[in-house]
Structure formats: C-alpha cells, structure tokens
Design a protein around this ligand. Structure first.
Ligand code: AHR
Length: 501
C-alpha cells in the first residue's frame, strides 16, 4: 500500500496551544487516593503528595490540569479541603460513592501544580455551591488583601498568592446526572451573572463555560453564546468515544477511527461559534476547550448490559486513538485552545499507579512527544491514502442518543507543526491494522527528515503494566541520508522532524 503526504508551509492555520496536551484530576475511585495523595506511602513528600507521580508528571511537562471534577465538582465545598489535615471533615462522595477524606484540597492541588510546572484550572461548584463561595475560593487562592480567607491561606502556610487564572463555571449542566442541571437559558443567565463578579475581581481571568453534550446541540451552544458569549473565553465540549467487543478484536477500527466523529462534532461547534462571532461588533474570539475526552471501553455482561471498564490499561490501539485526537486538535488550531484527557492517573489514565510505583502507558509517550515536537504553528497537510468505511460509534450509552452517518476514512492521518526553531514536524498515523504503508513525503524545498520517532508494537492490545512496565517504548532514529519516502508500520504513530539541509 502507498500514500502521499504533502505539507503546505504557506497554509498556516494558527498557533497550536500547548494546553491541548492538558490533563485532568477528579475525586473518583482511585484517581486521587492513594495515587496522587497518600500520606502513608514511602513515595510521598512531606505534604503527602506522591513524589514519584510528581516526577513523572514533570517529565511529561503537563501544561495544564483541571480539578476537582467533573461531576464531583458540583458537590465540592472548598473549605472542607483546607487547614490542618486531621481537622478536615470526611464527607460522602455523593456522586461517585465512597468517602471523601478531603486530604487533597486546594493547597495540595496548587502545590502539586507548582511542583510539576502545570497551570491550574479550577472548576467551580455551580451545582450545590454559591457565587459567594466561588468568589471566596478565588480570594483564598489569589487574594492579596487581608481578608479572612487570605489570612486563612497564610495561616495554612502559604503567604504568597497562587497563580490561578482558569476557572470553569459548571459541568455538563445539560445532564440529569448533574447536581447543577438546568436548561440553556437558565445556565446562560447564571454564568453571565457569575462572570460579572469573577471578572470584577480578576479582570484577566479565563472563563470556561459549558457547551453542549458532545457539541451535538447547536441550540444549547447558540443560547450560551448569545446570552454570555462576550463574558467567556472558552466554550467546552466533552467527548467520549465508545467501544465494546474488546475480546473478539472487532473493536479496532471503531477505536482508531473515532477521531473522525470527534472532528465532526468539534467542527459543528466551531460553526456555531463562527455564526455567533459574525453578530459581534468586537473581535472577541471564543476558543473551544475539550475539557474531558477519552474513549470508553465497555464490557457486556450476561444480561446484555454494558459496564464501563475503568481498569483496562491503555494499549497501542488506545494510543493511536489518542494521537488521532491530538492531530484533530492541531488541525483545528487555533480554535481548539485547550483539552483535558480523562484522567492523568489511573481510571484508563496516562499513568497507572500502585503502592509501589508508576507505570507509564503508551499514551504517556504520545503526550510527551507531541508536547515536545508539535508546539508551533499548525500547517495544512494533504493526504492521498487508501481508505476504509469507519464503523459508526457503537451506541451503547442510553444517554447519548446520537445519529451518525457512515464516513469513508483514510488509513493515514496527519498533522504538521512549523516550530519556532524552523523545523517542521509531521505526525503520521497508519491506522491500518495489518499493513505497512509506503509514505511518499512532499515537504518544502530545503528541508530534510533528520529524526524519526516511532510508537509501535506488533500486538494492538500490548500495554505496559506493573510486571512489564517497559513493554512498549518509543524509538527514535537519526536520519543521516536524504530520504523522500518512509515505510510506516501497521497500527503505528510516527513523528518525522524535518530540518534545513
Ligand atoms: O468520567 C468522568 C466523568 O464523566 C465526569 O465527572 C463527568 O463530567 C463526565 O460525564
């Protein structure tokens, strides 16, 4: 099989935001305790944060991280999570079950971010919280005047204000499972009112508003934009792919072609935003944040019911899926300005953690390498590649009654970045399950491939686990001779760096 990939340096789409490689923490199952916070672990530092997780996140260069949820945020009262640890209340985790010890609170989160070098993104409690509570939370984090909340922060050992700029107002407010469920008009009026005060306090704050479910309800998005568009910086979209049938092996193409459907959904939201912006007299620009995304693998039980499997470690096919999503966001730059993968630690995470240590999944290496190499200006690419009909996502979640049209999809997917050092990096995904594809590269004159980074394994289900943590590792190869074509192995991701000859 053959394909041609052409990079057009004159068709520049805009800057790729480093935030599209962002991550996510939520108080759900073992995604915080004892994986991020564990005062009993020998791997933890003096405040009980897992140092091995911090080191791995630092090496990953996590650019931004969303916390405390998700659905959990709608029940979270920040004052429960500050002050002496032994005095913090234990509450029920009303959304996810179990008990919440509140040992990982605002100071722990923000110190974690500082240690890692990640920007914090805090999601307010719009469900069971109040505007006053949210504003005082801001004051606790960033305040400089001697209010009671700022004095509490100081008494808790933190003199200087933290740097927090990104605030989410609400989570999936369209969903009946949310403590803060409401209709689009009520939500828009509420956010407008909240942001009025948030911006009065922090003029350069960046506000994320709830966009529709998977971007599939343009009326919701249009209403939020109409009522509150100039008050917000990002409209958010939560996007989850679905798959079942892992055992039979039939899921491969529905997993690796899922980004096609994500792209259509994001494009629909972009078109709603563009229509809205045409009505404005200012040049206010609303970005998209896909502040929750992943693919969910379900297991079918003997009664035909589906159960989300949060324990399956991310494998090679999941890494190809994730790379496809990163390519999509690069292709849709700069409109897509942020994203948060669900989750950083455990729960189908980028890393898996147990009492003894950290295992980096193949996704870890994907995020790391994109962050290092795909960080400039997004360039248009064109592909001439063999194609296949993509299976439509399996509709196994009763909440998501979506209709999909069948898509014809190229096996090869690409994105390209013109970096500040003058290099161009082309990401090429070969989504064919079994066949290697011969790629002819058409790149600007004077440039030559110098390094090739590859992620691949013969087994699409191969993963890294505690017994074999380095089963899958990327390889990097220096290219000394001039080349114009490249064989891309079946089900693999290749990043090709091109520099001046
Ligand atoms: O799995 C994470 C959850 O999924 C989040 O809490 C919620 O926003 C989403 O539906």
């Amino acid at each position: 099989m053959k394909a041609v990939v052409e990079v057009n340096v004159y068709k520049q789409k805009g800057r790729i935001s480093p935030y599209i490689y962002g991550q996510y923490f939520e108080h759900l199952e073992d995604c915080i305790y004892p994986s991020v916070m564990d005062s009993l672990s020998p791997n933890s530092n003096e405040v009980g944060l897992r140092q091995d997780v911090i080191e791995a996140a630092k090496e990953l260069s996590v650019p931004i991280i969303r916390w405390p949820g998700g659905c959990f945020a709608d029940f979270y009262h920040w004052e429960d999570g500050i002050g002496p640890k032994e005095e913090r209340p234990v509450r029920r985790n009303w959304h996810w079950g179990g008990l919440e010890s509140n040992q990982f609170g605002t100071d722990e989160f923000l110190k974690w971010c500082e240690a890692v070098g990640a920007d914090p993104y805090i999601n307010f409690n719009l469900g069971t919280g109040t505007l006053d509570e949210a504003l005082r939370w801001m004051d606790y984090c960033i305040g400089t005047e001697e209010t009671t909340d700022v004095l509490r922060r100081k008494a808790n050992g933190r003199e200087a204000p933290y740097h927090v700029k990104h605030w989410g107002v609400g989570n999936e407010t369209w969903g009946f499972w949310e403590a803060g469920q409401m209709d689009a008009l009520t939500y828009s009026q509420k956010i407008r009112n909240w942001v009025e005060f948030i911006k009065k306090y922090q003029a350069d704050s960046s506000i994320l508003a709830v966009g529709s479910n998977g971007g599939l309800d343009p009326e919701w998005d249009a209403e939020v934009l109409k009522q509150a568009g100039t008050f917000i910086d990002y409209l958010t979209i939560h996007n989850y792919g679905f798959s079942v049938d892992r055992e039979s092996g039939d899921e491969y193409y529905s997993v690796v072609f899922s980004p096609t459907y994500f792209k259509k959904q994001i494009e629909q939201m972009i078109s709603t935003i563009e229509d809205y912006e045409k009505t404005l007299s200012s040049d206010h620009y609303v970005k998209i944040s896909m502040d929750e995304w992943n693919i969910r693998h379900f297991i079918e039980d003997e009664n035909g019911r589906y159960h989300l499997n949060r324990k399956s470690p991310r494998n090679i096919q999941d890494a190809i899926f994730a790379a496809g999503i990163l390519n999509t966001m690069i292709q849709l730059s700069p409109r897509v300005g942020m994203a948060n993968y669900v989750f950083l630690v455990n729960g189908n995470g980028v890393m898996n953690v147990n009492e003894e240590g950290v295992v980096k999944t193949p996704l870890y290496y994907v995020f790391q390498q994109y962050g290092r190499w795909m960080n400039g200006v997004s360039l248009e690419t064109s592909i001439d590649s063999p194609t296949r009909i993509a299976p439509t996502p399996q509709l196994i979640d009763p909440y998501y009654k979506r209709e999909y049209t069948e898509e014809v999809v190229s096996y090869i997917d690409t994105a390209a970045s013109l970096n500040d050092d003058g290099s161009i990096v082309i990401s090429i995904i070969n989504r064919h399950q079994d066949e290697e594809i011969d790629i002819e590269l058409v790149i600007p004159n004077g440039l030559q491939p110098t390094e090739i980074w590859t992620l691949n394994h013969h087994d699409i289900y191969a993963a890294n686990d505690f017994d074999n943590p380095e089963n899958i590792l990327p390889t990097i190869e220096k290219i000394e001779e001039k080349i114009t074509s490249w064989k891309c192995p079946a089900h693999s991701l290749v990043l090709i760096k091109c520099e001046q000859e």
